[in-house]
Design a protein around this ligand. Sequence first.
Ligand SMILES: Nc1ncnc2c1ncn2[C@@H]1O[C@H](COP(=O)(O)OP(=O)(O)OP(=O)(O)O)[C@@H](O)[C@H]1O
Ligand SMILES: [Mg+2]
Length: 219
Amino acid sequence: MPKIYIGGNKGGTGKTTLTVNLAALLASQNKDVMIVDADLQKSSTMWNDERSQKLSDDVKEIYSVQKQSGDLSGAIRDLNRRYEYVFLDAAGVDQKNLRHGLITADVFLVPFKPTQFDLNNLILLQPIIEEALIVNPELNVYAVISMSPTNPRVKEVDEAKDFLREFPQIRILETFICERSIYHLSASEGLGVTELKAKTESNKKAQKEIINLLKEIGV
Ligand SMILES: Nc1ncnc2c1ncn2[C@@H]1O[C@H](COP(=O)(O)OP(=O)(O)OP(=O)(O)O)[C@@H](O)[C@H]1O
Ligand SMILES: [Mg+2]
């Protein structure tokens, strides 16, 4: 049963956005999904509170629990016995949660904005990933470009992918996530982009991004 940790050591890269969107897509496929919210900001808990008022045949229940202190890896291992999919949503700056997440996860997905400042953080993340792979050699580490400009003339995505190739432990996903207003809108409603009627081309593209992302991480 997959444990998926969308994390990294940088704030505001789209971790919670990807967590709730993948969780919503899995829920719509009738999977049992639990989100462990280890972030004091409680973003995914608030998203799920909103969602719980909208449950219907099209909006399936997702479970969430707050775990902002105590034995996080123990809690994740326990929840993993009870749910098909367990997501961990932690704050970017929290190194302790980062380590807990890495030793318990099957999939570690690191979103990066395609800017050099964001990418430089990977240099700090690399030794932590290497250490985690010693105790958790089954861990699959992926990087996904997140919040990318939609303008195709912008070369940032290719440049970011070139940079990430220098990190052999990390597989770079073909899928990349663009900056789209539908991600804000759906999140404020407690929904994933795949649960909204796609009214524009951009919305349809956002749905494809999330569907392809789930396929590519192979869970
Ligand atoms: N692909 C996207 N397109 C547009 N807006 C986005 C996208 N991804 C995230 N955002 C917005 O960017 C902000 C930060 O996103 P999010 O909260 O998912 O990041 P985070 O990495 O979880 O942040 P933190 O480190 O604070 O937990 C939010 O306002 C969110 O709605
Ligand atoms: Mg977050």
